[in-house]
Design a protein around this ligand. Structure first.
Ligand code: FAD
Length: 143
């Protein structure tokens, strides 16, 4: 089995707000648990940044399904690589709060204190998500 990790960012489509995002997370957790996909999703009013990891075919299938979703646009693939082990293995889809994105953290990874994932390189995108995870800012995660 080839284990891969994929990170992309995209722009939140206009008119998409909190309840739509809650439903995305809920569906993601069900589908990803079914498909053996793990990862994390963070977002603010403008952008999504998501990591998907799992068996190569399962991750590709999920990504292609996600690309067709009208609730976002302009997806930009930031990272796609084989990995020896999962880094978000305990999350079917960890939901990382934008509140965790402090100005200090954003300045550490970007050129300003705004969340602009289109500006992140492949390694920085992963490190940013891992840093958010390490802060354990999870608003909602099933017990
Ligand atoms: P169906 O539920 O049959 O829907 C058919 C089409 O309508 C699809 O193109 C679907 O994207 C779209 N759609 C579904 N619900 C809505 C709605 N409320 N408003 C507008 N369009 C809608 N899914 C996962 O399984 N795993 C993930 O990790 C994941 N992450 C996501 C991250 C982001 C940023 C976004 C925007 C979506 C994500 N999704 C994820 C949801 C995914 O795009 C699909 O909606 C979901 O997987 C169901 O796919 P389906 O083909 O069964 O679609």
């Amino acid at each position: 089995m080839r284990l891969v990790q994929l990170i992309y960012c995209s722009r939140v489509a206009s008119g998409v707000h909190g309840t739509a995002i809650t439903s995305i997370v809920d569906v993601s957790r069900i589908n990803n648990a079914r498909d053996g996909v793990t990862g994390a999703l963070c977002f603010n009013a403008n952008f999504f940044l998501q990591c998907l990891e799992g068996e190569r075919a399962a991750v590709n299938e999920a990504y292609h399904r996600i690309l067709r979703d009208p609730r976002h646009e302009g997806a930009l693939l930031l990272r796609y690589t084989e990995v020896p082990k999962r880094q978000f293995g305990d999350w079917s889809m960890g939901y990382l709060s934008s509140q965790a994105m402090t100005p200090e953290l954003l300045l550490q990874y970007g050129s300003n204190d705004l969340f602009d994932p289109e500006d992140l390189g492949a390694d920085a995108a992963l490190d940013f998500l891992l840093e958010l995870k390490s802060r354990a800012i999870r608003l909602r995660q099933p017990a």
